[in-house]
Design a protein around this ligand. Sequence first.
Ligand SMILES: [Zn+2]
Length: 136
Amino acid sequence: MADVFTQAKRSEVMSRIRSRGNRDTELALAKLFRRHGITGWRRNQHVFGKPDFIFPKLHMAVFVDGCFWHACPKHATKPRNHAAFWRKKLAANQARDRKVNRTLRAADWRVVRIWEHELQKPTRCLARIRKALLQR
Ligand SMILES: [Zn+2]
C-alpha cells in the first residue's frame, strides 16, 4: 500500500509521534521512581544528548529508548514504505546514541539506557537502575 503521506509530511507526523511516545515512557519511569522511593533525579536538564533523567550528584544519565526510534533488537520494525529513508534515519539515530554514550562516558558520566519494552518489567528496570546508582 502506498503511503498516504509525502515523505516530508510523514517525517513530520512521525516526529510528533516520537515526542508523544517519548513523554509517555518518561512519565512511566518517573512514576516508577516515585513509587519506589528513588530520589535525586531531575528531568529536562541541559546535558549533552538530552538524557531523560539525570542524577546530578552521581553524574548518572538515564535514557528511555523507544523500541522503534532506537531500533531495539527485539521490536524494531522496518517500515516498508520509504525503506531506504527509514534505514538511514534509524541508523543515524543509533549512531547518535553511541556518540552520546561515548561523549558522556568520556566526561565521567554513568549512562544507563532502558528500552521502552523493559518498562513492561518494572522490577527488572528498577534493579538495573538501583545497581547503576550503587556503582562507584
Ligand atoms: Zn523493544
